[in-house]
Design a protein around this ligand. Structure first.
Ligand SMILES: C[S@@+](CC[C@H](N)C(=O)[O-])C[C@H]1O[C@@H](n2cnc3c(N)ncnc32)[C@H](O)[C@@H]1O
Length: 190
């Protein structure tokens, strides 16, 4: 938004913390007059067709990638652009990885692009998260909870939080690390 001085945007998330944090970032960057963030269920959000739509790691909200591509198409003007961040298998997934992400939910990178084409888009660009980026993302996910546990060892919720972070770390390091990828597709709506 800082690079497009006439652009206006809005974003939706159902998580109060995410919206509060996002609004603080919007204010800190002086973008409050052009960026609106709402706490809402995105699947019921009515909006005029936009020039650009961004959906990163949120396909589960719509019930899957195909449903997301269809829903985003309805929210884009013809010729508009979708930046879609979605999962794919970099290699044959382990049983544990399939247990975490589901048997049928994701395919290869080529499958993801084919699905986008079949849903009425053309592909303009593909990039994928590197292993370092994944490790950084997962480390920070775990570390925020580990820091809380270090500061609150006797909290009544500590055992539950410890179990969640242990389970997540096992899924990452013993399950899907190096197998599950995240692709960013820039798509043009036909
Ligand atoms: C993996 S996070 C990705 C967040 C963000 N797009 C990013 O790239 O950092 C998925 C987000 O989808 C949100 N979400 C899930 N279902 C939703 C729904 N029905 N309506 C709005 N937000 C939803 C969650 O609250 C969560 O913040």
């Amino acid at each position: 938004m800082e690079h497009e001085p006439t652009a206006r945007g809005f974003g939706v998330d159902s998580d109060d913390y995410a919206i509060t944090r996002g609004r603080a970032n919007v204010d800190a960057r002086g973008l409050a007059s052009r960026v609106r963030l709402e706490l809402a269920d995105v699947t019921t959000w009515e909006a005029e067709p936009a020039d650009v739509v961004i959906s990163i790691g949120a396909s589960h909200a719509w019930g899957g990638t195909k449903q997301t591509l269809e829903a985003m198409r309805d929210r884009l003007r013809p010729g508009g652009r979708l930046l879609l961040g979605d999962g794919f298998w970099e290699t044959t997934p382990s049983p544990k990885a399939l247990e975490i992400f589901g048997e049928d939910e994701f395919g290869t990178l080529a499958d993801l692009v084919d699905l986008a084409m079949a849903c009425g888009y053309r592909l303009l660009s593909v990039t994928t998260a590197t292993l370092d980026e994944w490790d950084s993302f997962e480390s920070r996910w775990c570390a925020s909870r580990e820091r809380w546990l270090l500061e609150n060892p006797d909290d009544p919720q500590a055992a539950e939080v410890r179990a969640i972070v242990d389970d997540h770390r096992d899924g990452w390091l013993k399950g899907y690390r190096g197998q599950f990828g995240l692709a960013y597709l820039t798509l043009a709506r036909l």
